[in-house]
Design a protein around this ligand. Structure first.
Ligand code: FMN
Length: 187
């Protein structure tokens, strides 16, 4: 069951216009709050956004419309922005480890409920802070799009070579290295 969920949890970039409630977003945080974190500091805070106008403003500063040519009507129903204190006093490697764990748990939780996500680090975080009127004490460090998607996404097994994702008709294909390729050594 876990293996199925992890395979289902693909990045989707084209959403179908379904709205995302705060109740659903809070359920994601309910799963996320059990994430491991360095020294159990739990430094990440979450801004939940489903306001249509603000979602449009945020969508425009992600790379979904520019790189991926996603039309505005296919924007995500919600965004979750992760913020931390500017004076966090934690090495960046620890912070990004913690963000990775929280992101995995949040997106897996969404996938288990039939929603899809895209982590969008190629976002203009300076503009994002302005859109959110973020206080000077906080730093926005990650953003995840959440919504319902009809986009077809498949994975394909590869042993080596180009791992770039590509299109096959309307299907988005994501090459994944095989177990054999991933295991560097057995001792
Ligand atoms: C830290 C991180 C940042 C990412 N940033 C972006 C991004 O800015 N824009 C985007 O379209 N996808 C982004 N992605 C999604 C990756 O492109 C995606 O995970 C990869 O193509 C593999 O697809 P999969 O998630 O379905 O396995 C990001 C993923 C991660 C883990």
């Amino acid at each position: 069951m876990f293996s199925e969920l992890i395979r289902k949890n693909r990045t989707k970039r084209i959403f179908n216009g379904t709205s995302v409630s705060f109740d659903l977003l809070e359920e994601l945080i309910e799963d996320c709050r059990f994430s491991a974190s360095t020294y159990n500091r739990q430094s990440i805070r979450y801004i939940l956004i489903n306001n249509d106008r603000i979602c449009s403003d945020i969508f425009k500063i992600t790379n979904l419309p520019s790189t991926h040519k996603v039309p505005i009507q296919n924007k995500p129903g919600a965004f979750v922005v992760m913020v931390v204190d500017r004076e966090i006093n934690l090495p960046e490697s620890f912070l990004y480890y913690n963000l990775g764990i929280a992101t995995a748990n949040l997106t897996l939780s969404a996938a288990s409920k039939g929603y899809s996500c895209a982590t969008l680090l190629s976002t203009n975080f300076e503009k994002l802070s302005k859109i959110l009127s973020l206080s000077k004490e906080k730093r926005a460090v990650s953003i995840i799009a959440v919504g319902m998607s009809d986009q077809k996404v498949l994975t394909t097994d590869i042993k080596e070579g180009d791992t770039s994702y590509y299109k096959e008709g309307t299907t988005h294909v994501v090459p994944k290295l095989t177990v054999e390729s991933l295991i560097y050594r057995k001792i």
